[in-house]
Design a protein around this ligand. Structure first.
Ligand code: ADE
Ligand code: ZN
Length: 326
């Protein structure tokens, strides 16, 4: 409990959070009723029981189905406001939120509906909690590069509200190289660049994210540890990794948290951070992720402080804002 109190009091940033992955079953039911959408579950308990995954794709199938209850601007507002309130309770001072517009536009929901609901809640969280935020548009990598290009076109009216672009969804078979041109255009537009890499995919995908997409951060990056030259490069570059312990456990990226690579990453000089990824699906918000991995790896207070500091230094805040948190 001493460790729990220490974690609870640590100011932190969350850098790897899919807003659609924060949809709690209770809100899913409420929105299903509000929008008269059928869902294949009879109760909140049934929903939670369905959240048993053997791999990333197992999860993604349920995740895309779950977001189908989101229709109106108010739905995206309620989703984002609930996450911000929950993060505030975990001493999160700054959030960098992913959203998956193609998961909505493919269902006929306008890009504008999605982004106005999310940003209105982020503005309210700034006013209520002093919580700062950045917004990162993710391309779904199982779709084509042309589809990503069309999504980037749809984002152009919202350049002042979108800070970065990322790459998520089914990793294996969809390497960063598939999206080299759309990310080059995103860079010329001034976006920060991130990509999920080395979650299930090989170290080669991390190399591609660095060399072809020219990422500012790597999301996950676990499998980088299989390639010592890559580890040396990530350490020398001070590259931030947004690591998600409970996600890794629930998606069987690790068999047991005692085998989680987080401590190895820190010992190798990698700038690792702790994040919740899709907290409603993986059973814990950011403090629960710190707690579970600290217990499993017996992390010291100094290591916990390093992780929290890394979350600010690895953020897309400007230097003056970072300095206020350090
Ligand atoms: N979309 C939401 N969560 C994801 C994850 N952990 N990996 C890839 N795509 C995702
Ligand atoms: Zn993720």
């Amino acid at each position: 409990e001493e460790r729990a109190a220490f974690i609870a009091g640590l100011p932190k940033a969350e850098l790897h959070l899919h807003i659609e992955g924060s949809l709690e079953p209770e809100l899913m039911f409420e929105l299903a009723q509000r929008n008269r959408v059928a869902i294949p579950f009879g109760s909140v308990e049934e929903v939670r029981a369905a959240y048993a995954f053997s791999n990333l794709q197992d999860f993604l199938d349920i995740y895309y189905q779950g977001m189908g209850v989101l229709h109106r601007e108010q739905d995206f507002y309620d989703l984002t406001a609930a996450y911000c309130a929950r993060a505030h309770a975990d001493a999160v001072r700054h959030v960098e939120i992913f959203f998956d517009p193609q998961g909505h536009t493919a269902r006929g929901i306008a890009f504008e509906t999605v982004i106005t609901g999310i940003t209105r809640a982020l503005d309210d969280a700034a006013a209520s909690y002093g919580m700062t935020s950045k917004l990162i548009l993710c391309f779904l990598r199982h779709l084509s590069e042309a589809d990503a290009e069309a999504t980037l076109d749809a984002a152009l009216p919202w350049l002042d509200r979108i800070d970065g672009v990322g790459l998520d969804s089914s990793e294996v078979g969809h390497p960063p190289a598939k999206f080299e041109r759309v990310f080059a255009r995103a860079r010329t537009l001034g976006f920060k660049i991130v990509a999920h890499a080395g979650e299930e995919g090989p170290p080669e995908y991390v190399h591609q994210a660095l060399d072809l997409l020219k990422v500012d951060r790597i999301d996950h990056g676990n499998r980088s540890l299989e390639d010592p030259a890559l580890v040396a490069r990530l350490a020398a570059d001070g590259m931030t990794l947004t690591v998600c312990p409970l996600s890794n456990l629930k998606l069987c990226v690790v068999g047991d948290l005692a085998d989680h690579p987080l401590k190895t990453m820190l010992d190798a000089g990698l700038k690792a951070t702790v994040n919740s990824d899709d907290p409603s699906y993986f059973g814990g918000y950011v403090n629960a992720n710190y707690q579970a991995v600290a217990d499993a790896l017996d992390l010291s207070k100094a290591e916990l402080v390093t992780l929290a500091r890394n979350s600010f230094t690895g953020s897309f805040l400007d230097d003056a804002a970072k300095a206020r948190h350090l």
